[in-house]
Design a protein around this ligand. Structure first.
Ligand code: 1GP
Length: 237
């Protein structure tokens, strides 16, 4: 299967997608069976794995264990080239286009390319746009880049469109994990109406209504990390 083609197909059919983001540093392997059963009962369509400062050496093991009991595609969402595992299905090959730090625009990608060539991972180039959420998030701290102003819609749109023109296959609009405020809905609307490629939205979405609002505004895929991490019953009906 080709994960990107399935995302495109879902967009065409207006079927909304949901990714649960697991931070491998925070997953306790003993708790994995219950975590996986909760994921299997949830509406999730994808598992994203990553974080800004993953130090784990258990990444391969974690992915293998998830795959034993869960059929969802596993997509790496790496903070740096050490967070690559050939055991996953795909990788968001990120470029932090809201920032002006060359390390996160091209340097890490140059280091990652030969490693990725050794794997069968599906490479999904992704324009990653960090939006200000009021307080500093891990992405901002680790990448040493400034997020884009929440009110500067023209700049955010120009950034997304440039990302698309550069050949990115996805745009990921990010408030940052655990953000106090999610991305503004009018920003999602504006981007959804003015780019062709699928729009991913995450960061600071803490309830089911927040997910619905993002979908209604035009997000094709929503990422939930912290809310599910804090409450394993987050998706219970
Ligand atoms: C972070 O967008 C994801 O990259 C998810 O954020 O942890 O706030 O859900 P949360």
């Amino acid at each position: 299967t080709n994960i990107y083609n399935e995302i495109i197909q879902s967009k065409v059919e207006r079927q909304k997608l949901l990714a649960i983001l697991l931070d491998p540093d925070k997953v306790v392997l003993e708790n994995l069976p219950i975590l996986i059963s909760k994921i299997n009962q949830s509406p999730a369509t994808h598992i994203f794995i990553g974080g800004s400062h993953v130090k784990t050496t258990i990444l391969d093991e974690l992915i293998v264990k998830i795959k034993q009991n869960c059929n969802l595609p596993i997509v790496l969402f790496p903070g740096n080239p050490s967070q690559i595992s050939a055991k996953a299905d795909a990788i968001l090959f990120l470029s932090l286009i809201s920032g002006r730090n060359p390390d996160y625009l091209i340097e890490h990608q140059v280091k990652a390319a030969p490693i990725l060539k050794q794997t069968k991972l599906e490479i999904i180039s992704t324009g990653y746009i960090l939006i200000d959420s009021g307080t500093e998030t891990a992405v901002e701290r680790v990448s040493k880049t400034k997020p884009l102003d929440r009110s500067n819609l023209d700049l955010v749109l120009g950034t997304a469109q440039a990302g698309e023109m550069l050949g990115n296959k996805l745009i990921y609009l990010e408030a940052g994990s655990g953000a106090k405020q999610a991305v503004p809905l009018e920003m999602i609307k504006l981007l959804a109406q003015n780019i062709e490629i699928p729009l991913l939205v995450g960061g600071g979405i803490v309830d089911l209504q927040g997910i619905k609002n993002a979908y209604d505004s035009g997000a094709d895929l929503v990422i939930i990390g912290t809310a599910f991490e804090k409450d394993i019953n987050f998706f219970n009906p």
